[in-house]
Design a protein around this ligand. Sequence first.
Ligand SMILES: [Zn+2]
Ligand SMILES: [Zn+2]
Length: 122
Amino acid sequence: MESELHQLSEAMTMPRPRECLACYVLRMLEFGCHGRHWMGRYRAMRAPRATALERRMAQKGGYCDCEMLMNVVFPNPRYFRVDEDGDIVIDPKPPCLGVRGGSTQPCALWVGRGLGRGLYSF
Ligand SMILES: [Zn+2]
Ligand SMILES: [Zn+2]
């Protein structure tokens, strides 16, 4: 598994300028969930001072990268298509709306548990 990851080009797995944690992790999950590999990489590259990130994610049920997107952040229905059953269609995902550097907040495409409480705070 590790060697597979090493074969991915560095450039492909770089967070884009202003790309938020949630959009980055979703994009990287295309390469599979490898524990907290992607949130750890984002933190190392973009927010090295957010040392508690993985611990805070785990407290909210995000024990790995895919669980973060299942349990911690949710697509904001304002920006995603909703199908006939009322389910949010995540594909195609709108482009990341951007966050400031050093932030581990998701952009406005994402909301936390319980809609209407505003943006989730990490
Ligand atoms: Zn996972
Ligand atoms: Zn984003």
